[in-house]
Design a protein around this ligand. Structure first.
Ligand SMILES: Cc1cc2nc3c(=O)[nH]c(=O)nc-3n(C[C@H](O)[C@H](O)[C@H](O)COP(=O)(O)O)c2cc1C
Length: 159
């Protein structure tokens, strides 16, 4: 394997950034993720790579669902708040006001580009991240323009 070429090419796969949230049994998770793609029109499916052995994966698995909150173009500092686990404080997560999503009751952030609510239909558990396939049950646009592209942040995740 040419490791250098693998890293360089896999990092060319374009990504945006999202805050994935989930809630189950009184536990809340909120994590910035980038490995997200649409995977079907009918039904509308998305696939997300979620790191195993994380609080986020445990909560998401228990909930069998999550919400993808689409960050606005200028919300790099917001993305940064969810690289580590943060618990809710009142109506805030990482200092950002959240509400409950309408269908699955996961946290949503009203000041972003929008959110999709997803119910997990299958999990492929073959690597250090699980590929979680989920059906989009509801969607709502927010006040900000999105997306926040990983390529504009100077950060890398992949390779
Ligand atoms: C630029 C960037 C992109 C990331 N993308 C993902 C991702 O797609 N999936 C993922 O599980 N973690 C991703 N992470 C790591 C998570 O933000 C987070 O650190 C990890 O899920 C820890 O979860 P926990 O706090 O629930 O234990 C990314 C981190 C960075 C810096």
């Amino acid at each position: 394997m040419n490791e250098e070429a693998k890293r360089k090419l896999l990092r060319m796969i374009p990504h945006a950034l999202y805050v994935l949230t989930s809630k189950a049994d009184g536990q809340t998770a909120a994590s910035t993720v980038s490995w997200v793609t649409q995977a079907s029109f009918h039904p509308p499916l998305v696939a997300v790579g979620i790191k195993k052995e994380t609080h986020t994966f445990e909560v998401t698995k228990r909930a069998q669902g999550f919400t993808l909150n689409f960050l606005g173009v200028d919300q790099k500092e917001v993305a940064q708040k969810f690289f580590k686990h943060v618990g809710p404080e009142g109506n805030q997560l990482g200092g950002e006001v959240f509400q409950e999503s309408p269908v699955l009751k996961h946290p949503i952030f009203p000041k972003m580009a929008g959110f999709v609510e997803c119910r997990i239909v299958q999990t492929v558990d073959r690597g250090d991240h699980a590929v979680v396939v989920a059906e989009v049950l509801e969607a709502e646009c927010g006040p900000l323009e999105g997306p926040l592209l990983l390529s504009t942040t100077g950060w890398n995740y992949g390779g």
